[in-house]
Design a protein around this ligand. Structure first.
Ligand code: V0D
Length: 232
């Protein structure tokens, strides 16, 4: 049994879930928040060290202002309901992406939750917020170039050194990426980090995703032979 340290999830299908029930899209997002809590707890119980969830992409700003406005209130809803429990369960909240453009009150709530949980050690619940992988890599390249230009370092970095400029620096490598809702794309999520990860696409809408679905994915991961391109 290979240990799974880091799981990433593209949480898709909230709109479709709502539509199928004659509800509006935001009702799917609302249900999705509860599922985030359930899957975070389940992941912790299974010994996963880091769970990275794609909450809001740099492309999501193109949605209607009503929907964006609603989505931006969900972190506050999430923490008002679950921060106490996350503290009790010793879960640390971190973020990748950028708080630029995020409403001030929401950004403040996110910073406060990170600050309050930063010494927790049971699991890291890492939210990708206003995140895009190409932007992440571009910014890493700029930061690296700036250090070379200022003479701090030589222009001879390896992959291992370059990775230290990505927002996931310090986290274990991603072992498994799950995408829900029958979409078969990475949608600008963790492009560098998923180079050797197992990819699992499940025909379950995010609001219907349960700890049993997670267990099926973890079983499928164990069935696959991970060779990292070697002959073994
Ligand atoms: C809607 C399904 C939790 C995906 C899950 C801002 C789309 C529910 C958070 C959250 C969203 C984010 C950061 C944080 C704590 C909680 C969240 C968004 C959307 C977009 F620190 N659920 N959730 N954020 N949805």
């Amino acid at each position: 049994m290979e240990k799974i340290r880091h799981v990433a999830i593209i949480m898709d299908g909230n709109g479709r879930w709502a539509k199928a029930r004659g509800k509006i899209r935001t009702e799917g997002h609302f249900k999705g928040v509860e599922v985030v809590r359930d899957i975070a707890i389940a992941a912790k119980e299974r010994g996963i060290e880091v769970l990275t969830l794609y909450a809001f992409s740099t492309e999501n700003w193109k949605r209607s202002s009503e929907e964006v406005g609603y989505l931006m209130k969900l972190p506050a809803l999430f923490f008002s309901r679950y921060l106490k429990e996350l503290m009790e369960k010793n879960i640390r909240i971190t973020m990748i992406g950028s708080l630029d453009g995020v409403p001030k009150d929401t950004a403040q709530i996110l910073r406060k939750a990170m600050e309050q949980t930063r010494n927790n050690t049971a699991m890291t619940l890492n939210f990708a917020m206003n995140y895009g992988s190409r932007r992440e890599i571009t910014e890493a390249a700029r930061a690296y170039a700036a250090e070379v230009a200022s003479g701090k370092i030589a222009n001879d970095c390896t992959e291992e050194q370059f990775e230290q400029y990505l927002m996931t620096a310090g986290l274990p490598p991603v072992d498994l990426c799950i995408r829900t809702s029958k979409e078969y794309r990475l949608s600008n999520f963790l492009l560098w980090q998923l180079a050797y990860a197992e990819l699992i696409f499940v025909d379950v809408l995010w609001p219907d995703f349960t700890s049993d679905t997670l267990d099926e994915c973890l079983l499928e991961f164990q069935r696959r032979d991970r060779r990292f391109g070697g002959a073994k």
